[in-house]
Design a protein around this ligand. Structure first.
Ligand SMILES: Nc1ncnc2c1ncn2[C@@H]1O[C@H](COP(=O)(O)OP(=O)(O)OP(=O)(O)O)[C@@H](O)[C@H]1O
Length: 351
């Protein structure tokens, strides 16, 4: 997907003015509430019109004020998944799924409904009325309906916001299938950096109606480390090796991690804040923390008043943070050996 949006849109008290180009299959739009994300999405989908400018998708003008072009929404081949599933209440799950497929011209019908039903695990729901579904199930149906419309671009506008935390991450796996299994490029809009990191490869940061930056989710997370209350969040997927009393031991690359927070999953995802990693220059003796990892410093970076320290451990990467003074005292520099200490209780279970 190649998208260029150079548009202006004014509301009383708010102006969206963007000029950006993105290419790729998994693009994020990140920004706080009121930054203009939904306005941008609505202009792209054709649900509202820019005051001026142009929108070009894969070489085709969807909107151009100077050329007097405005392709109607139904001819843009852009499908949407919103915060609320917005399913048709009078149709069954199957009816909702096939709705988009039937409206799609036969030449564009590349995705087989049975394959989609299989991938999104919708078979047991097919005959149900949509009011009999949980929030997560509704979002899976809404996603399926959008994919079956065989769009050239899928817009996902805060699709996880209405779900509780425990369901969000399960649904992410399905949302990603739009790209991974069906090859549909998507724009994923969210105010959650975690969701952006799990869903996208490139991200536009939006604020006050402007594009503040265009970068990778990883780089965005690093930039925000110093400003964030929680520091940098390391995302760690471990493989359960054994259980020891109230503790789980996970393999993570060549390293083993002791984690005291429980998960039902064999390969759960954990969060670990850069603030919960303590660095030692020499091997510390007799510590109560369960995890002592011998690491190499890969790189350091400044973020606000903190220094981020990228570590290599057992073939994996970990980001710790220290204040500038500590970085000097510990002589932290690329290729230095260092020990990272982490309490077993510092890991937060995401799945
Ligand atoms: N139709 C409209 N009329 C007037 N103002 C509007 C309209 N649509 C949006 N706005 C204003 O534009 C600004 C950006 O809104 P927008 O919904 O795009 O933000 P957002 O980043 O998507 O926020 P959220 O994450 O809360 O949905 C807000 O100040 C909003 O009040």
């Amino acid at each position: 997907m190649e998208l260029r949006m150079a548009v202006d849109k004014r509301f009383p008290g708010f102006e969206l003015a963007t000029d950006f180009s993105v290419a790729g299959g998994r693009v994020g739009i990140f920004g706080v509430s009121g930054s203009g994300k939904s306005t941008l999405v609505s202009l792209l989908a054709g649900l509202s019109h820019p005051d001026q400018g142009e929108i070009v998708l894969d070489g085709e003008y969807l909107f151009s004020s100077s050329k007097r072009i405005s392709v109607p929404p139904e001819r843009r081949r852009i499908a949407m998944v919103f915060q609320n599933a917005c399913l048709f209440p009078h149709l069954s799950v199957k009816g909702n799924l096939l709705y988009g497929f039937k409206r799609c011209t036969p030449g564009h019908r590349k995705i087989d409904p049975d394959t989609l039903i299989d991938v999104l695990k919708l078979e047991p729901l097919l005959q149900r009325g949509v009011n009999m579904l949980s929030g997560g199930e509704k979002q899976r149906v809404a996603l399926g309906r959008a994919i079956l419309a065989n769009p050239r671009l899928l817009l996902m506008d805060e699709p996880l916001s209405a779900l509780d935390d425990s369901h969000k991450l399960q649904i992410i796996e399905y949302l990603r299938s739009a790209g991974d299994q069906f090859g549909i490029p998507y724009l994923f809009i969210s105010h959650s950096l975690l969701e952006i990191r799990l869903m996208t490869d490139e991200v536009l940061a939006v604020g006050g109606g402007r594009i503040l930056g265009q970068t990778t989710p990883e780089e965005l997370a690093r930039q925000r480390m110093g400003r964030s209350q929680v520091g940098y969040i390391n995302l760690i997927r471990g493989d359960l090796v054994r259980r020891l009393g109230g503790m789980q031991v996970y393999r993570w690359g060549d390293a083993e991690l002791f984690v005291s927070t429980a998960s039902q999953e064999e390969t759960p995802l954990f969060e670990l804040s850069s603030r919960d990693i303590i660095l030692f220059k020499k091997h510390p003796e007799a510590i109560s923390a369960r995890n002592l990892l011998h690491c190499k410093v890969v790189d350091t970076f400044a973020s606000g008043n903190k220094v981020g320290v990228e570590l290599s451990v057992g073939g994996q990467r970990l980001i710790a943070e220290v204040v500038g003074e500590a970085a000097d005292e510990l002589a932290i520099q690329a290729r230095a050996d260092i020990y990272a200490v982490i309490k077993a209780s510092s890991f937060r279970t995401l799945t």
